[in-house]
Design a protein around this ligand. Structure first.
Ligand code: DX5
Ligand code: ZN
Length: 223
């Protein structure tokens, strides 16, 4: 049975104090830290690379979830494995097919997953269900934090959950207490939230509230 996981996204932190932002999230009760790697080509933005992942890995005692928004993740993979990434997430829309990358990541003893953009049909992840640890569904168009949640992704969560009752299914983009609860009701169990957690007046209370609402919604689904 999947467990509820709350992951702050470092993209929403103050880039002048990234190590402190990692520790702050860990102390606030985060289950893992989400790190958004953007290459300026797959998406029109540049963010962080393997050295930030290495810093986070050395700073925190919680796992890292590394989201590669890159056209050619194959050329970057060794660097992110070397940096200590615990989970690496590959977009099915990237130029490099996820299959060999998932295999290589798992062979290195790390967790691996695939990501679907909002308009990519659920079927696109079906061939990977037996070889991934997680499916991440984008609930905004990737590239920037602070965007509004896209409701039309909700049925896709339910479809994938019906195919994979025990898999980790995460959502990323526009996640707040309300949208997290809606995703949990649809079958998501892991929640990436940047703006809503880093802008909260009390991140610890916000994570606790998100966890409580998502647990009720997720485990009460069939009730
Ligand atoms: C968007 C990134 C997200 C982003 C979420 O491309 O993949 O992880 O940090 O930010 P919020 O929670 O602000 O929508
Ligand atoms: Zn992300």
């Amino acid at each position: 049975m999947p467990s509820i996981q709350i992951l702050p996204s470092l993209l929403a932190a103050d880039f002048g104090h990234l190590a402190e932002a990692c520790l702050f999230a860990e102390r606030a009760g985060a289950d893992a830290m989400h790190l958004d790697v953007m290459d300026g080509h797959f998406v029109p933005n540049l963010t962080m690379g393997q050295d930030i992942v290495r810093m986070a890995d050395r700073t925190m005692n919680i796992p890292s979830s590394v989201h590669l928004m890159c056209t050619h993740p194959a050329v970057l993979l060794d660097g992110f494995l070397d940096a200590g990434s615990d989970l690496i997430l590959f977009h099915v829309e990237s130029h490099d097919a996820p299959g060999p990358l998932l295999k290589k990541t798992r062979a290195a003893g790390r967790r691996a997953g695939v990501v679907l953009n909002p308009e990519t049909p659920a079927e696109a992840c079906r061939e990977f269900l037996g070889t991934v640890d997680e499916i991440l569904l984008m609930t905004v168009h990737p590239g920037f934090g602070g965007q509004a949640f896209l409701q039309h992704v909700l049925p896709k969560i339910a479809d994938i959950r019906s195919w994979a009752p025990d898999l980790d299914i995460s959502v990323d983009g526009g996640i707040t207490l309300d949208t997290a609860e809606a995703c949990a009701r649809a079958g998501a169990n892991a929640f990436v939230a940047g703006t809503s957690l880093y802008r909260a007046s009390d991140m610890k209370a916000e994570i606790a509230a998100m966890r409580e609402r998502c647990e009720k919604a997720f485990f009460g689904r069939r009730a």
